[in-house]
Structure formats: structure tokens, C-alpha cells
Design a protein around this ligand. Sequence first.
Ligand code: TEU
Ligand code: CA
Length: 558
Amino acid sequence: MNKAWWKESVVYQVYPRSFCDSNGDGVGDLNGITGKLDYLKELGINVIWMSPVYKSPNDDNGYDIADYQDIMDEFGTMEDFDHLLSEAHNRGIRIVMDLVVNHTSDEHAWFMESRSSRENDKRDYYIWREAKDGKEPTNWGSCFSGSAWEWDEKTQMYYLHFFSKKQPDLNWDNPRVRDEVFHMMTWWCEKGIDGFRMDVISMISKPDGFPDGPIPEGALYADSAITCNGPHVHEYLQEMNRRVLSKYDIMTVGECAGVTIEEAKKYANADGTELNMVFQFEHVGLDAGEVDKWCKDKISLPALKANLTKWQTELNDVAWNSLFFCNHDQPRVISRLGDDSPVSAKCIATMIHFMKGTPYVYQGEELGMTNCPFGSIENYRDIESINAYHELTEANLREPKELLSCIAYKSRDNARTPMQWDDSENAGFSTGTPWIMVNPNYKEINAAKELADPDSVFHYYQKLIKLRRDSEWSELIVYGDYELLLPEDEQIFAYTRSLNGRRLLVLCNFSDRMAEAELPDGVGEKVLSVLINNTEEMPEVFGNLRLAPWQAICCEIA
Ligand code: TEU
Ligand code: CA
């Protein structure tokens, strides 16, 4: 069964900019996080993954790093970080850092040198190419709109950036770059951190020969998928594992855009030669459009069940799953899969938290925080949303009003509004002017109110986490085998977990209507105990199953 602490964990993602502002400048900071450790302890999580806190000009809110071994001015000092780390450890909470090494900021010293001349000693730390027929070297697009190539007047060459032009891609084929990265990672591990979430790690090895890619109808450039799972990515991660990761008791999760099951079996293989687990994106891609994410298509439940079941069964005993729907790049799942009601939040959480893998709770998800009514494009802060709006409307590819409604539904900023702590001004996030608008529903949805309400979403997440981490069913929830039931049902997500002769039955009605179904023979005929139920109603589990709207229940069955 290969037990491990990171398999038995529940991770909480903090987006520091929006979590808690301790000094009234409108921006969240490290001391703000330290001040909320008791809240996180109360929730029951045992690992915090923090989005980047390193020095950065914040072109992409810290995912553009100018110094990997210093703290962003707005977030505090290295002393503040050391204090946070020790206070977290004092509470039995581990800290996982966000490692962004596919690219740096263009204000990093390495890039400042690299761009200074073609002969500079660090020129090949990045990816420079001559113009081709007077144009960009390939037809690749940036994830933040425009070409993935930026012209540098001084040295008369293009440099590659799959994200913003202030995020030049590092050249991982250069062994000196790998040395620099592994040295920096070791420095953080020696400080006592507990792991890394690795940003777009599936993109670090670029395709051989830099071929043009296909340009989808309605798009201006070839998709960045062309660089996912590149020719040397596993070689580089195995080197990283040998030289750094294998020397410490740490947890690693690769953010792997474009990862398939076959690739995940390599990235997160059970032999431990690369990473512990990956974030896959097929399930959160089920509602993407033909060309890009800017649409309001809904995810069909049978498609979601089929995809999550594929990952549950095909990685089983071969690799390890992460379990998430929310993060700082995704709209709020309660608005995407639910109907913004607390009962729908609990239903979604039940479906996720009883699966096999390590669950990730994104800040505010445990409160049932929803998407935010931003209104005009001026209220957005996210470079991805803002650039997409301007590029697609200025190229007359999308009608502004219609596109804005899609951005409202899918923008990353939906996850980046300030954490809603209480019903005081700015939801208790800051005594200053927040860097981004506060969701106007903070008086109804906030931590103070939910801590005082035993039936709140917070307390429901607390129960889910306790069942996984400290109950008689913990081993069954973490290590039990998964089996989907009722695959074609359009309303009910039903599955079992089994281990050593014990079995859990999970039933979730993903609709605002009553749901009925026939369970397979032998399933649910004898309920031994009810672990959790998000409504007062006790469904008839025997034979003719009836579930209330959004009802979710987990029982131990004979
Ligand atoms: O995200 C990479 C990535 O896949 C995103 O571009 C994602 O596809 C998109 O945001 C979904 O709409 C990572 C970080 O999580 C993201 O915040 C950064 O902006 C990006 O890398 C560049 O570092
Ligand atoms: Ca602050």
C-alpha cells in the first residue's frame, strides 16, 4: 500500500495576495497568513501550499520571479517567512512552496545579463532565436495572448515566453540552468520547507526543432500545448529527484498542463523517481470551448464521472492522484458545478473528498465563496483575462459584451477576490483599499459567521477532513479502491471505496431536483453507519434510491 504522509494529507492553498492583509496596504502578506494559522488548524488541514512569495514585479501576481531567494516587498521579509514556517510547524502544519522555474521575471538578474549581449555568459539561460522571414521564429502563442516571442531591439533577436513577455522561458537544455535551479531548491529545503508545487513543470522541455503548430479555427496562434510533455521533461525531473528531492522528506506536486494518464504514470510513478503526484486538467477542461476557455458551456455529469473515474482507476497503484476543482486559476467550483447554494458546495466537496488521492482546498472554498460580479473589464486585475479581452475584441474575433460575460464566468480573478473573514468593511481582509474588489456577498458568506454555525460549509469541510485524517475510516478513505456506480445517470454521482472487506458508498445528487435510481444488487442493502449527510433527509438507500436536491451522503455498507 506504500503509505506516505502526503497521501494522508489534506492541502490548503493560500493565494497570499488575497488571504489576509496585516499592515493595511490592501495586499495580503506573510504576517497575515501567520495570524490565521489557528483558523487553518481549526479546519483540520495539515499542509499549506502558498502561491509564490518571492521577489517579483507582479506582472503575473508573483508567477514572474525576480529573485528566488528573497521575499516580495509587499509580502514582508525573510524573517516574516521564517516566523510563518516555525509557527506553522509548531501547529503540525507543513509548508509547500510554489516553484516557478519554467520561466523567470524579465527583471531577474539572469535575464538582465542574458539580454545584455549575444555573447553574455548567461545568454543561453534563456531561449533566443533569429527572426524567420522577418517574423517570429514559430507561430506559437502565449497563454496570455499574442505571440510567444518578443523582439529584443538591442540584440536583434526574439526570446521565448509562453506566458507574459515579462516571463521569459528558461532554457532547461542548458545544464547550468539546471544547476542554478537545483541549488536554489536545495537552499529552500535546507531552510526546512516541506515541498514544492511545480508551476507548469510539464512545459520545461521544448519540442525538438521548434516546429510550427496547428492554429485552430478562430485562433491567431498555435496553442502552448505544443510544448507540454516535451522530449526531455522526465529526464530533467529524474535529475531533479536524484540531486534534490530524494534527499528530503518533502512532498512534490507537478502542475502539468496537457498531462495524459500515460504521462502522469511517469511524472507521479510509484517508484518515486520523479514527483509524488500531478495536477491534471482534463476535468477542468471539460467545459472549454473549441478555441479557448472563454465560454459558458456547462460540464455534463456523465462526462465528469467518466473522466474522474478514468484517473481514479488507471492511476490506481501505479501513481497518485491530486483531488481538486478550485485553485487560483479556476473560477469558483460552487458557481461552475453548483448553483452557489451552500448545499451544492457540500455536495461537490463530498464527491471530491471521498475519492482516492490527496485533496486540495483552495482558500474560501471551505466557506462556499462564489464567483464575483466584476462588471466592466476595468474591475479585473488578471493579465490573462485583460489581455484576452483586448486581443479578441480588437481582432474582431469576439463581440465585447458576449466575451465579457464569458470572462465573468471563467476568469481567474473569481478565485482571487479577498478572503471573506467577517462582515466588517472589506470582509475583514484589509483596513486599507484592497488591490482587487471584494465580493459584495461577504456579509452573507464569511468565516466568522460560519465558525458560529454548526451547519455551515466550513464545518462540513471540517467533518470531511476529520473523516479522512482522524477517524476509523481514515485508511479506507485514503487507500481504498474506487468503483463508479450508475455511470450513465445524469444527476447522481455514485461510487464505492473498498479496503480489507469494508466498503463506503458515496451518493451525490448533482442537481436541484429530486433524483431516483436503482442501485446495483447487493449495494446499500445494509447500511452500517452514516459518515456524513449534507441534508436532514435520510434517503431510502435500499433498492429504490431517492436523493433530495444536491443531497450528498457517505455510508459504510455491508
Ligand atoms: O498556470 C499555468 C496554466 O496552465 C495556466 O495558464 C492555466 O492554463 C490558465 O491559467 C487557466 O486559464 C500556472 C499558474 O498556476 C498561473 O497562475 C500562472 O499564471 C502560470 O502558470 C504562469 O506562471
Ligand atoms: Ca499587506
